[in-house]
Design a binder for this molecule. Sequence first.
Ligand SMILES: Nc1nc2c(c(=O)[nH]1)N[C@H]1C(S)=C(S)[C@@H](COP(=O)(O)O)O[C@H]1N2
Ligand SMILES: [Mo]
Length: 322
Amino acid sequence: MLIRKSRPGDSANIRPSEITPESVYLDRRRLLQAALAAGVAGLGGAWSEPAPAQAALLEFKRNTKYSLSEAPNSYEDITSYNNFYEFGVDKGAPAANSGRFKPQPWSVTVSGECENKGTFTLEDVLKDHPLEERVYRLRCVEAWSMIIPWVGVPLGEVLKRYKPTSKAKYVAFKTVMRPSEMTGQRYPVLEWPYVEGLRIDEAMHPLAILAVGLYGKSLPNQNGAPLRLITPWKYGFKGIKSIVEIRYTERQPPTSWNISAPHEYGFFANVNPSVDHPRWSQARERRIGRGLFDSRVPTLMFNGYEQEVASLYKGMDLKKFY
Ligand SMILES: Nc1nc2c(c(=O)[nH]1)N[C@H]1C(S)=C(S)[C@@H](COP(=O)(O)O)O[C@H]1N2
Ligand SMILES: [Mo]
């Protein structure tokens, strides 16, 4: 799973000189903002129009408090090395096979233990929440990682709007089921649709976001357009893509990778360098895009957010609740 043949465009072949440095990225962002100001593209119209050939530009503010200062991986890395099994299991498959997927129009059904149930347009889900940019590290359970400048809104702010009741102990998420556009769903690789879940206190943590974009533009299909979850202290598989359902539950909801291999993937999926995967170590990770010689770096407890999130798991045996 971790050994791949090299091919052109494979991120293992990208030289450090090809990685977009932070300064270039910031200049590009200023250009995007200038384009926005000049009325070249606007957020308001972008969602309601048919799928644009190119990702729509977004208006946002960088959240410096919750952003890493490390330079992000290149747009090319982030959009060509993906896990999105609905489009195939190879890292290049989502970019190659997701062109027919239509992320607009989009709606999300909110159900279960909450007062404001219903089906809402994406615009409605996002309204009242200014977009923030957050540079996070995505740490995949396969022991690789990337630095990604997401654009999104705090998950907890969105969840509160639907008024969860006191019985809402968990939140469950579901990916869209569209085998006609998502050819991977025609094969029993996982149980479809992909499902994920969080305990309510995890979901309300300010680090958790619903992402709608990256690098200042709306999410490419392969990264989970138009709406996906990001919980940066957990392994990447918790970050469920192309969400169509949010359900508040009293019981812990089933999650796709736990259903598929319960001894390898738990419900919590917190990044933990001291709890090995049964088939490999989680102590280190390979940073995509760095080249072979300086790509292995130590994995940090809770992916570096121990101070922020450790209290959520106080008194829990993290070897048992992996
Ligand atoms: N619906 C769905 N969501 C998914 C996946 C998937 O196969 N299907 N893969 C997960 C895994 S294993 C990872 S590491 C991240 C990868 O996100 P990225 O491709 O945007 O980097 O998406 C997660 N979300
Ligand atoms: Mo992953």
